[in-house]
Design a binder for this molecule. Structure first.
Ligand code: S3P
Length: 444
């Protein structure tokens, strides 16, 4: 889905207490990986709870272009008949990953050690995001990327014919880099080792093990060393996708700032590499209880009960950033209602997300009367103890999380908060608006 339709502006307005149960869709990271690993396995992988957001649908289409049989059986129920490690066929046309950085980077990794050529593109947001961070390690496997200046999409990747495993230290805290290297390592001879200084989300490692690959993680003085043995036979799996904590963040945060709210958000994945926002919110004084804590499909899960709370500003430790990297936009919105300032450091990865999220949040908060301070790798929000003016219109830059953050903010500001375009929300949380209005939010 390169390009985009006409902008769809929307507004969040001061709302009565939010109440009820929020049923969140499947996790985006796990959904992408379910389709990709299913395509690399032998046999039929059955998936329930797949997120049917545009990002994931684009990955499904891409897997079909590489030769897998991808079938929808009903809401969230999909199957993938895989072609086996190294079995990718050459796509007949350009692979369009739409808005999805995860989709394009993981798929590029997976095909880069197959003797085929594929050309990738995406929407205006994805075409502006750095791909050098992926092509650098893939070059070491013998793959050859031909991209635009600075390695931007569209990019053609000529896969390596007989790749050897590599040892690579990731220069950024990025699960996408880690996953691209591990997936490339699957069809390389010998072992591939990826070293990351900070632990990023570990869904690829967990799921690769689940599919039968030999993956080991060892903590060393350099960080975390993850080793995958090349050329395994992956076995098809049955996967129940946990519900997305990054999507749950929006109704949870909205309930915290709208006076009198109480909501239940069941079945949320709380993998420690994803749950940093909830730790931070509790430190801010949020009334969140984690009920029925349990394990589902190898991931910790709980039901969250959330009540409106008087929040205080905190300093978020930089080492927590990878476990809540997608949640800084909504945290910044919520922090404007807290008493005192919230300091977020070590967040320069936010500059290369679907848009420059530090800049987008800073400009949007200022437009709504909130004082901020920003630097290359930090954002400080001066909380206004519940009294936030609002009244601004925010530019979303094709970024779903910027759009949802400002719409949630508008539910508790004095004047409504508008966003210029909500089209991108469909990439990750297609039912955001009906779900929020169902809880009592005034979003239209
Ligand atoms: C993701 C990793 C993160 C995150 C993205 C999903 C993944 O990106 O921001 O939304 O599924 O691997 P980086 O790995 O680039 O930090």
């Amino acid at each position: 889905m390169a390009g985009h339709g006409a902008p769809i502006p929307m507004t969040g307005k001061s709302s009565g207490p939010l109440s009820g149960t929020a049923h969140i869709p499947g996790d985006k990271s796990v959904s992408h990986r379910s389709l990709i690993l299913g395509a690399l396995a032998v046999g039929e992988t059955k998936i329930t709870g797949l997120l049917e957001g545009q990002d994931v649908l684009d990955t499904g289409k891409a897997m079909a272009s590489f030769g897998a049989t991808v079938t929808r059986h009903g809401e969230g129920a999909w199957s993938v008949h895989g072609v086996g490690v190294g079995g990718f066929a050459e796509p007949e046309d350009v692979i369009d990953c739409g808005n999805a950085g995860t989709g394009v980077r993981l798929i590029m990794g997976a095909m880069s050690t197959c003797p085929i050529t594929a050309t990738f593109t995406g929407d205006a947001s994805l075409r502006s995001r750095p791909m050098g961070r992926i092509t650098d390690p893939l070059l070491k496997f013998g793959a050859t990327p031909h991209g635009r200046a600075k390695g931007l999409l569209p990019l053609t990747m000529v896969g390596a014919a007989d790749a050897m495993g590599v040892r690579y230290t990731s220069p950024h805290p990025s699960a996408q880099i880690k996953s691209a290297v591990l997936l490339a390592g699957l069809n390389a001879r010998g072992e591939t080792v990826l070293i990351e200084k900070e632990k990023t989300r570990d869904h690829s490692e967990r799921m690769l093990r689940g599919f039968g690959a030999n993956v080991e993680t060892v903590e060393t003085s350099a960080g975390f060393e993850i080793t995958v043995q090349g050329q395994p036979e992956l076995q098809a799996q049955t996967i129940a996708v946990p519900r997305d904590p990054s999507s749950a963040a929006f109704p949870v945060c909205a309930a915290l700032i709208v006076e009198g709210s109480e909501i239940l958000v069941p079945n949320i994945g709380l993998n420690p590499t994803r749950a940093g926002l909830f730790t931070t919110l509790v430190e801010m004084g949020a009334d969140i209880t984690f009920e029925n804590e349990r394990e589902e499909g190898g991931e910790p899960v709980a039901d969250l009960r959330v009540k409106a709370s008087n929040l205080v500003g905190v300093e978020v430790p930089p080492e927590r950033a990878p476990s809540m990297i997608d949640e800084y936009p909504i945290l910044s919105a919520v922090a404007s209602f807290a008493k005192g300032k919230t300091i977020m450091r070590g967040v320069k990865e936010l500059r290369v997300k679907e848009c420059d999220r530090i800049d987008a949040m800073a400009r949007g908060l200022e437009a709504n009367g909130v004082t901020i301070e920003e630097g290359e790798d930090y954002l400080i929000v001066y909380g206004q103890d519940g009294e936030v003016e609002g009244g601004g219109t925010c530019a979303t830059h094709l970024d779903h999380r910027i759009a949802m953050s400002f719409l949630c903010m508008g539910l508790a500001t004095k004047k409504p908060v508008s966003v210029d375009d909500t089209g991108a929300i469909a990439t990750s949380f297609p039912i955001f608006t009906p779900l929020m209005t169902g809880l009592g939010a005034d979003i239209a």
